[in-house]
Design a protein around this ligand. Sequence first.
Ligand code: SF4
Ligand code: SF4
Length: 457
Amino acid sequence: MQGVNRSNYVESEGKRTGRRALLTAAGLIAAGSVPAAVALLEGTTNGSGRKRARWVKDVDRPTLGEKTAEFKRFSGSNIFELHKQLKTERDGVGALEAEQAAKAKRLAGWMRQSKPGFRLPDHQLSEGAWTLMKSIKPGEGLLSWTRVAVSTPDELGVARHTAPPEEMAQTVKVAARLYGAGLVGIAPMNESYVNLRQARRDIVFEDVTVPAVTDTKVVIPRTMKWVVAIAIPMDLDLLSRAPTSLGDAATGLGYSHSAFTVASLAEFIRGLGYQAIPSVNDTALSVPFAIEAGIGELSRLNRLVTPEFGPAVRLCKVFTDLPMACDTPVDFGLVQFCRKCKKCAESCPSGALSFDDEPSFKTKGPWNNTGHKAWFEDSYLCFQHWQQVDNGCGICLASCPYTKAARAWIHDVVKATASVAPVTDGLFRVLDDAFGYGRQHDPEQWWAKDTPHGVRG
Ligand code: SF4
Ligand code: SF4
């Protein structure tokens, strides 16, 4: 396996520039691709009021991930349950528990030795970041399928809020952004993306108006025809320290922010006089809804990559009966870029990601849904690698060339150029490597942030 070097930390922003990178960039400028792309940088507003760079084009159908008739509702078993089952089949009863005990022992040793990225403060930073996510349960408490505390319009003595679908979409999106969404779009409900079961209860669609969670089933009203798909940006400063406890803190924080965002948005929607079901990883697949809502495209990671934050996002969603204008999928040249790039696959220490030139229908295990084309991943190998670090890994997310701060203009030029000149994709991958992007940042430097008088840096 090639493997991107993650032990030689990036030294500083100023030392990243490589002669090879500059020569490549000069070639692109001479070829005219960059000037053409610059023309696409100006923002555009699509039909539902979303402002994005022009190189992100609205399209009728997803560039990858479109479902065939063979696509079935997913069982609802999470990756941990599936892994435990497979591990037992392959290595015997108690194999996973033994591995986890060894991992806990190894982690404790690293803490005692003050191994960078795995010291006690690093580990506990991660634990703190996961707090909200670890304390929620689908359908209960913050993630209740019915109102938690908000007053209904009826109780306030007013009529429920009504407006044209475009205006409703805008209102909900602005609220979602306030609660923490980095990107938000609206997709139509698709029952085939909803899991079959949740915590051993069947998930069913019924002709009712209020969602319900009983001992035997959970009920989604058929009146819930809209899905607010949300991407929560991960902290890139932490993620660039993956695969350490600090990198894992970025994942925990992303999930905890997701829980806060969907819980708050569901209450807002209920407060307008409608029903809302908040969902993080539970209840339904987030990726296909996010693709159809135009949040991003399906990538070689078999995960969503967004134009603005790359794959460094956590996805969540809210189902509702509040009528809104839906968005469309987008195309920003990602699938073509992924064909040549393969940086995530090279970076992956477990060999879980595909090196195939083309996506296919060939799945890798029970964690993959059949009936759609993708670069399928081997989640078993991925999860096995997680046992070697803290809670998770995240190297592939950190190494993707699209994982850049959303507001850096030079990155926008590069992404815009890739969207109009696919022939340059291989060169941009070279450029990304030469500038040192995707390499691990020094974990110890994370704690040396300049925060005078406790002001947030
Ligand atoms: S998270 Fe999994 S797929 Fe990604 S780099 Fe790590 S082991 Fe590989
Ligand atoms: S690292 Fe490259 S191949 Fe992998 S998802 Fe990102 S752009 Fe695609």
